[in-house]
Design a protein around this ligand. Structure first.
Ligand code: CTP
Length: 416
């Protein structure tokens, strides 16, 4: 894939180096087009070395090749990070006063823009109007993250992490749009694995990476939702931009956090790998080989609460919003009696939720991987609707999943 990485003149320009690296490592051909002011922050030599291609900022360089036309026509995607308030204004006005803006005018491929600026500049009606204009023309303008800005300031306007930009951009390039169809809705998402302590140093846990839950949170926030993530153990992942994150360890803690936040939510998505059992007792001090042999040899387990089922029952009792959608995942293995899909359909009925994504698991499959596949099972009036989800990144899966949750929400509001 031929990717143009556009870089505007903001302090976050240094993060563009990691973005270029990310695309290069995935095997993409990268051409960096900085604005002239971006070169006040990062030298052209850095971008040339990282991309393996020459760098120019003006349409008056390489005139014989008519660079802006050639680059714009040949690109499979233009990803601009960071985009300053000034660049957003110039793009919205359709200006062509440097190589980057001229190239964007020529490009017919997906254009993905990751803004970065001070909170006041981002929230200014002029900038918001420019963002609106660009979105209405099909440009994907990502929501910036909230957090530490230059100096001591903090608020929305921080550039997303390069990995997040690359993942969201790849999703858009693969054909999944980021419509603002979740605006005004609130979603509660669980992610990662729960861990059950045996003693102060040992626990029972699972291999969940948290990637699917975080991708759902990321995509939901980019589609305009208010997002709260209840996260157990995850890999070292960037915090989903714009989401409130509540950290928990055990299943009981996760159940408590879900119970606390669910009444405000329009949708609950249980993407966490929840430990079904916990040790019946937890030692206050580290168990020792010689002394606690009997306890270590026969760890007695008791069943944990089923968080998803508890939420379905709470909704039935009228303790949650009546039109709330409740969705989960079903990691299944097929056997000689039934296929993974059949087990998934049985689980949808047993749990009484609106949607389940069923996927086949095994050692090395799905957990921790960046790709996933399976079936989306949606409960309805009659037989459940089964939609096959082809192999895709966890972001692409998140996009398809969130669209089905919206359909479940619509269905509940029709019948509720
Ligand atoms: N889940 C939950 N609480 C639990 C166990 C699971 O809320 N104690 C949720 C998971 O987050 C997932 C769905 O239920 O969304 C299905 O999880 P899975 O582990 O596939 O199913 P189990 O209920 O554990 O059923 P089984 O072990 O029989 O397959």
């Amino acid at each position: 894939m031929k990717v143009i990485v556009g870089v505007a003149g903001g302090i976050a320009a240094y993060k563009a180096c990691h973005l270029v690296r990310n695309f290069k490592e995935a095997g993409d051909e990268v051409r960096v087009i900085p604005t002239p002011s971006a070169l006040n922050f990062i030298g052209a030599a850095t971008f040339e070395a990282l991309s393996g291609n020459s760098v120019s900022t003006s349409v008056f360089e390489g005139v014989d090749e008519v660079q802006h036309v050639r680059l714009g026509q040949e690109a499979d995607a233009v990803v601009i990070a960071p985009a300053t308030a000034d660049l957003l204004a110039r793009l919205a006005a359709g200006r062509a006063d440097d190589l980057l803006s001229a190239t964007v005018l020529v490009a017919t491929c997906p254009v993905i823009v990751a803004p970065a600026m001070h909170t006041e500049m981002w929230l200014n009606p002029a900038t918001q109007a420019n963002v609106h204009t660009l979105r209405s023309r099909g440009v994907t303008v990502l929501e910036p993250a909230s957090g530490r800005l230059t100096g001591v300031d903090s608020g929305p306007g921080r550039l997303l992490e390069p990995e997040q930009i690359a993942d969201l951009a790849r999703m858009v390039i693969a054909g999944q749009k980021l419509p603002r169809d979740w605006e005004g809705k609130s979603v509660l998402i669980t992610a990662g694995g729960t861990q059950e302590n045996l003693d102060p140093v040992r626990y029972l846990g699972n291999r969940s990476s948290g990637r699917q839950g975080f991708a759902l949170a990321e995509v939901a926030a980019q589609r305009g939702a208010r997002v709260c993530v209840v996260a157990g153990a995850t890999e070292e992942l960037p915090t989903p931009a714009g989401a409130q994150v509540v950290r928990v360890t055990s299943t009981e803690e996760m159940a408590q956090a879900v119970a606390e936040h669910a009444p405000q939510a329009d949708a609950l998505i249980m993407a966490a790998a929840v430990a079904d059992f916990r040790p019946a007792s937890r030692a206050g001090a580290k168990m020792k080989k010689g002394q606690d042999e009997a306890a270590l040899n026969s760890i007695k387990l008791v069943e944990n609460p089923d968080i998803l089922r508890t939420a379905v029952l709470a909704r039935e009792r009228g303790e949650l919003k009546a039109g709330m959608a409740i969705a989960g995942f079903a990691a299944e293995t097929g056997d000689e009696r039934h296929s993974a899909l059949e087990y998934g359909l049985a689980k949808l009925e047993r749990k009484g939720c609106d949607l389940l994504m069923c996927n086949e698991v095994g050692v090395g499959k799905v957990f921790g991987e960046r790709h996933n596949r399976g079936w989306l099972l949606r409960a309805g009036e009659g037989e459940p609707e089964v939609t096959e989800v082809p192999d895709g990144s966890k972001y692409e899966i998140a996009g398809a999943y969130l669209s089905q949750v919206l359909r479940a929400l619509d269905q509940r509001s029709l019948h509720g």
